[in-house]
Write a protein that binds this ligand. Structure first.
Ligand SMILES: C[S@@+](CC[C@H](N)C(=O)[O-])C[C@H]1O[C@@H](n2cnc3c(N)ncnc32)[C@H](O)[C@@H]1O
Length: 307
């Protein structure tokens, strides 16, 4: 297969058709490295032949749309051979296991902190939430503690130890692992977030919850309002992350999924993010929304509201 000046739709249809009967597909295109600063779609001429330029970002994006990963391209003179391989269908999303998020689950294989478009925006959100100056931090859905590990690294272990960091999750195996990792430098509770009041945790300077508040076991809107009203000090910060992706066959695949649709649909995601943004603005927080495969909402109390 050789693509020269075909449109996106022609290329998409050809590859999509081939992948219906094959686990992978290979094709030759112009080597993008021989040009600098071209946009996808620009016409380039090589050996008197016209080609439509596309960079690797375009091919990676097409691989994702086609449910594939991209293998290392092979360089052949002015061309490259690209192979797209279908993602295997293993995913924690479809697990009906009781301990779906436990240490032996498919979910436990994921380390989000190694995915730049998660880690970068999470660290950025922590910095904007001024995590250095927050004396007490509550994390709901902490799992095995990865999100505290990043804070520990960011501010330094002795500073981390001096803060009150509390993590809650109902996966016992994940909480056991978190306790083991952090020893006495953080508190962990194996508990249902619906029963949070029974833990008598008091109030915090910062609330973090990543990929948890929209869980089917929780009532997102009323929980968020309750947390803001009863679990936060006056000068507090909030970092929430809403998944806009699925984890499939080793890859973080862009686009939220909702029941009843077999394609990515982001209506609920946008509506939940905007609900939090508007509610927090009413409560005199300054709110920013960032991210990509995870949408990060960061809120800090407006100074004048504290007087
Ligand atoms: C999608 S995982 C996110 C975990 C972690 N924050 C991360 O991003 O890797 C959701 C976590 O919330 C926990 N969880 C979901 N509903 C919960 C509830 N009602 N009470 C306590 N934990 C809950 C799950 O056990 C799981 O660890």
């Amino acid at each position: 297969m050789f693509f020269k000046d075909e449109s996106f739709n022609e290329i998409y249809n050809t590859l999509h058709k081939s992948l219906q009967n094959n686990l992978s597909v290979s094709f030759k295109v112009i080597n993008p490295d021989i040009f600098s600063s071209k946009y996808a779609g620009e016409v380039v001429v090589v050996d008197s032949n016209k080609f439509i330029y596309r960079g690797y970002k375009s091919w990676v994006s097409l691989a994702e749309i086609l449910g594939c990963k991209i293998l290392t391209p092979k360089s052949i003179g002015n061309f490259v051979e690209i192979t797209l391989k279908k993602l295997e269908s293993n995913s924690f999303h479809s697990s009906s296991d009781n301990d779906k998020y436990g240490v032996d689950s498919e979910f436990a294989k994921i380390d989000k902190m190694q995915e730049p478009s998660f880690a970068y925006y999470y660290i950025d959100a922590l910095k904007r939430a001024n995590i250095y100056n927050r004396e007490s931090i509550l994390n709901l859905g902490i799992n095995r503690g990865d999100e505290f590990r990043v804070i520990d690294e960011l501010i330094g272990s002795s500073e981390f130890k001096s803060k009150r960091c509390v993590g809650v999750d109902y996966s016992k195996s994940a909480i056991d692992m978190a306790k083991d990792t952090f020893k006495d430098s953080a508190e962990f509770y194996c508990a249902d977030i619906n029963e949070l009041d029974s833990l008598n945790l008091g109030k915090f300077d910062c609330l973090i919850s990543i990929g948890t508040l929209q869980s089917s076991s929780l009532n997102y809107k009323s929980l968020l309002m309750e947390l803001v009203q009863n679990y936060l000090n006056r000068d507090s910060a909030i970092v929430l992350a809403f998944p806009n992706c699925r984890w499939i066959g080793g890859e973080m695949v862009y686009g939220a999924r909702v029941p009843n649709y077999n394609f990515s649909e982001m209506g609920i995601l946008y509506s939940d993010v905007i609900f939090a943004k508007k509610y927090l603005q009413q409560k005199k927080y300054r709110v920013t929304v960032t991210g990509k495969e995870y949408i990060f909402l960061t809120a800090t109390r407006i100074r004048s509201a504290l007087k």
